[in-house]
Design a binder for this molecule. Structure first.
Ligand code: FES
Ligand code: FES
Length: 155
């Protein structure tokens, strides 16, 4: 058993870990009760578990927690606030995207990291950045509208 301190959404959190290879997703959900990153495939394919590590979108189900000491982890809860949402969060509301909501974490966290690095993206660039993400409710068209709207908001 070893102690590990993580910085999550601007706050230091210490956990006890038995296995250094434990996925970050398990630490977030099971140990620390951050419930926005979702378990989908567990294989790095669906994106439901995405968080930001030092601003980059990372699939937490295949990221060993022991590799993250000293890194800045951001979850959906730390991306914005109800009073000051991230543009993609605001656009999701304006475009009324969510249905069941299970996939929201993956799309928003992936899109936010993409839009941070890519100003005025083309539709093809957006589609490429979001490749592999899943929505069983079929909200893909409204997701595209929301990402385009957020891109306009971010100028
Ligand atoms: S749960 Fe991590 S990519 Fe699917
Ligand atoms: S809104 Fe239900 S899976 Fe996307």
């Amino acid at each position: 058993m070893a102690q590990l301190t993580l910085t999550i959404d601007g706050t230091s959190r210490t956990i006890e870990i038995d296995d250094p290879d434990m996925p970050l997703l398990y630490a977030l959900r099971d140990e620390l009760k951050f419930n926005n990153p979702r378990f989908g495939c567990g294989l790095g394919q669906c994106g439901a578990c995405t968080v930001h590590i030092d601003g980059h979108a990372v699939r937490s189900c295949i990221t060993p927690v022991s590799a993250l000491a000293g890194k800045k982890i951001t979850t959906l809860a730390g991306l914005g606030t109800p009073e000051k949402p991230h543009p993609i969060q605001a656009a999701y509301v304006l475009e009324q995207v969510p249905q069941c909501g299970y996939c929201i974490n993956g799309w928003i966290m992936t899109a936010a990291a993409f839009l941070r690095d890519k100003k005025k993206p083309t539709e093809a660039e957006i589609r490429n950045a979001l490749t592999g993400l899943k929505c069983r409710c079929g909200t893909h068209m409204s997701i595209m509208r929301a990402v385009k709207r957020a891109a306009e908001m971010m100028g």
